[in-house]
Design a protein around this ligand. Structure first.
Ligand code: HPA
Length: 252
């Protein structure tokens, strides 16, 4: 049901690591949503941005208290859907595997491989629910991907279109051997939150695309023997600063 006293939501953003509040979001109200799946990561913040109505949800909570495997993905997407959102952009911090996907690069992937385990990956996972087998050949909504890419280019933000996102369990980073295997599998990026978010969005009939912000080269892909968490957050902050510019260009 759309939010009763407000215009319909044009776009929902799920913010990942480093994006806990959406810069430039004005006239905000907070909405706690009861879901059949338990609590979402926090309140949904509704507000105006670029003349449009936006909903924002911090995936890990506004104080980053939820690790990737404890995020209630079902509740998050349900909450956004129940408020009337129909288009969702997931912003995800990732490690780069492909050589041209180094720190601070922004990618809009077009494929994914799921290496996570023990996460609830379907709304069917409820006693008595109808079992549905959805098509997931193309895990992201192509029209929304193309809008993001065109907007990034219009805003003069460098972006790479396409690439395969490998979703790992976390919260630890991967071993070099794990990343070498993912590379052989065809992964270009590695992150911990891309699934089951994408498939749950599909089950709800939401348009969904991922804006992947590269924070570091994945294990064994860069020059460093170890990955520094401080550097990850510094690179992420730089890439995150471009996100509102991209969305501003997309919504105008
Ligand atoms: N691996 C998994 N997830 C990540 C990484 C990584 O190297 N960097 C940022 N998110």
């Amino acid at each position: 049901m759309p939010h009763p006293d407000r215009a319909p939501i044009d776009l929902a953003i799920i913010g990942g690591s480093g994006l806990y509040k959406f810069p430039g979001l004005e006239n905000t109200t907070r909405q706690a949503v009861d879901t059949p799946y338990g609590p979402a990561s926090g309140d949904v913040v509704l507000g105006d941005f670029a003349g449009k109505r936006l909903a924002f949800l911090a995936r890990h909570g506004e104080s980053h208290t939820l690790p990737p495997h404890r995020v209630n993905y079902r509740a998050n997407l349900w909450a956004l859907h129940s408020l009337g959102a129909r288009r969702v952009v997931g912003v995800n911090a990732v490690g780069g595997i492909r050589g041209d996907m180094g720190p601070r690069v922004i990618v809009v992937p077009d494929q994914l491989i799921d290496y996570t385990h023990g996460r609830t990956t379907s709304y069917c996972d409820v006693e008595g629910a109808e079992v549905r087998h959805i098509d997931f050949s193309e895990p992201y909504t192509e029209a929304l991907r193309l809008q993001l890419l065109a907007a990034a280019r219009a805003a003069n933000v460098e972006v790479i279109g396409g690439g395969c996102y490998g979703a790992t369990q976390g919260p630890r980073l991967e071993t070099r051997a794990e990343i070498a295997r993912m590379k052989r599998d065809g992964c270009d990026l590695v992150g911990m939150t891309g699934m089951p978010e994408a498939v749950l969005a599909r089950e709800l009939g939401l348009e969904y695309a991922c804006l992947a912000l590269v924070a570091n080269f994945a294990a064994g892909c860069g020059d460093e023997a170890e990955i520094s968490i401080e550097e990850i957050f510094a690179h992420l902050a730089a890439a995150t600063a471009e996100v509102p510019r991209i969305l501003d260009a997309m919504l105008k």
